[in-house]
Design a protein around this ligand. Sequence first.
Ligand code: FES
Length: 173
Amino acid sequence: MNPTPPSVDLPGVDWSGQVDTLVEAHTDGPHRDVLGLLLSVNEAFGFVPRNVLVHISARAGIPVARLLGIVSFYQAFRLEPPGAHIVHVCHGTACHVVGSPGITTYLERALDIDAGQTTPDGQVTLASVACVGCCSLAPVVRVDGETRGRAGIHDVRALVAEVKPERFRESGE
Ligand code: FES
């Protein structure tokens, strides 16, 4: 059975109008780029909310089950709202060979979550991504969309202190 993502609650925001615009942008006559549409939704909302899928289904005549099947199949989609900060660690080949697995392991321990999860307080989401296109800067970490290259352990520690400062206050590290 496909997991069911939560709905978005955006008081005062015309999210349905925003979604309609995305549906139109990914429709060319009888052809519709459903994968591209869902990726745009994921980008716009930070995940794929249930009420948005229901809206797309009604608008585009695509069964919700089919949409859920797509978003639960591809790793690129998030089915849960992201944390206030999103930390992406690049695991493309160039980053992998110069240490991204160690960076992810450090962050998993420091944040007490696995990659792909959000801290219980909703502050930080940790995710692994494929090549982000700046291999000469490997290993690459992105924090809230900002690229940080040649990330060493001091940079990663500083990053944790930045996105979750209480982590170090709690441990006294
Ligand atoms: S492999 Fe990490 S930026 Fe290309």
